[in-house]
Design a protein around this ligand. Structure first.
Ligand SMILES: *Cc1c(COP(=O)(O)O)cnc(C)c1O
Length: 312
């Protein structure tokens, strides 16, 4: 499937006689015939939805669609883009840790990392995205857990050298998190350039109609969480899940599973079924809208290029 097809078909696969449109499962809870089944759900050995904070069939389809579009192993929808960035970082960094972020990022993310997560004990260094790799390397500390940047920064429009930032991260055994809100997977798929985790504010182009707040985290499934010994949260037993180890139990989907069953469970910043439905509706026309946005932007750029008051 090409991206245009995925935007329509991926995620929801109706069986014979099922509704053609993605149904809205407007239900907080789900029913089961046996306590054994519910026990298996709590133990994460059965995959059905049982409580909408942790998963919902409507939201699940949209997560699968976005994971397919980005080429990831799994995705987690959140209540907003801010929630996606917060969970993406907190899933691997805790008090005493440090992260590196490009300075040209969305103002809300700048505050989240520079003010609020700092209060939670996660330190951040903002770096010039154009700095050479050797200079960026000097900012790495033994407790640095992630590198963060935006494909096309909002609002500065600085374009991230994803390969350079991926090299910085991977040379130090840590992942690169990329906010791909502005490019969308129609214009850029950051996993192809070495990103490990992608976040989006789906509030922007993905929704496209200014009707629904939302965010999403996508996991490439390619990062080796065990190699550096820096991510005990993923490789060591989780006491809140009676000793489960995410890398052992979920393999390539360890990161996105932890984000869902541990952080979403505890923080509760979930997307709603109705919100997921509206997002899915928006995604269906994403390629058409992005094509038009790009052609509009080119016209503006060509106008400015000719304008006597504009210098390059
Ligand atoms: C809007 C935006 C966010 C925050 O998303 P919300 O859905 O408003 O919480 C994060 N990153 C980028 C690039 C954005 O444009």
């Amino acid at each position: 499937m090409r991206p245009e097809t995925m935007c329509i078909q991926a995620g929801y696969e109706p069986k014979n006689g099922s509704p053609r449109a993605l149904p809205i499962y407007q239900s907080t809870t789900f029913t089961f015939d046996s306590t054994e089944h519910v026990g298996a759900l709590f133990d994460l050995t059965a995959g059905d939805a049982f409580y909408t904070r942790l998963g919902n069939p409507t939201t699940d389809c949209v997560e699968k669609k976005i994971a397919a579009l980005e080429g990831g192993v799994g995705a987690l929808c959140t209540s907003s883009g801010q929630a996606a960035s917060m969970l993406a970082v907190m899933n691997i960094a805790e008090a005493g840790d440090h992260i590196i972020a490009a300075s040209a990022i969305y103002g809300g993310t700048f505050n989240l990392l520079g003010v609020t997560l700092k209060k939670f004990g996660v330190d951040v260094t903002f770096v010039d995205g154009d700095a050479p790799l050797e200079q960026l390397q000097k900012e790495i500390r033994p407790n640095t857990k992630a590198v963060f940047g935006e494909t096309i920064a909002n609002p500065a429009l600085h374009v991230l050298d994803i390969e350079k930032f991926a090299a910085l991260a991977h040379n130090n055994g840590i992942p690169l998190i990329v906010d791909n809100t502005f490019a969308t997977p129609i214009l850029c798929r950051p996993f192809a350039f070495g990103a490990d985790i992608i976040v989006h504010s789906t509030t922007k182009y993905m929704d496209g109609h200014a009707v629904q707040m939302g965010g999403v985290i996508v996991d490439s499934g390619k990062f080796d969480w065990g190699a550096s010994g820096k991510f005990p949260g993923l490789t060591e037993p989780d006491e809140s899940y009676h000793g489960l180890r995410y890398t052992e139990s979920f393999g390539a989907a360890a990161y996105i599973t932890k984000a869902r069953v541990q952080l979403m469970r505890d923080m509760g910043t979930c997307q709603t079924p109705m919100g997921a439905f509206l997002l899915d509706l928006g995604l269906q026309t994403l390629p058409l809208r992005i094509r038009q946005h790009s052609s509009n932007a080119l016209k503006v750029a060509q106008f400015l290029e000719q304008h006597p008051d504009v210098e390059f």
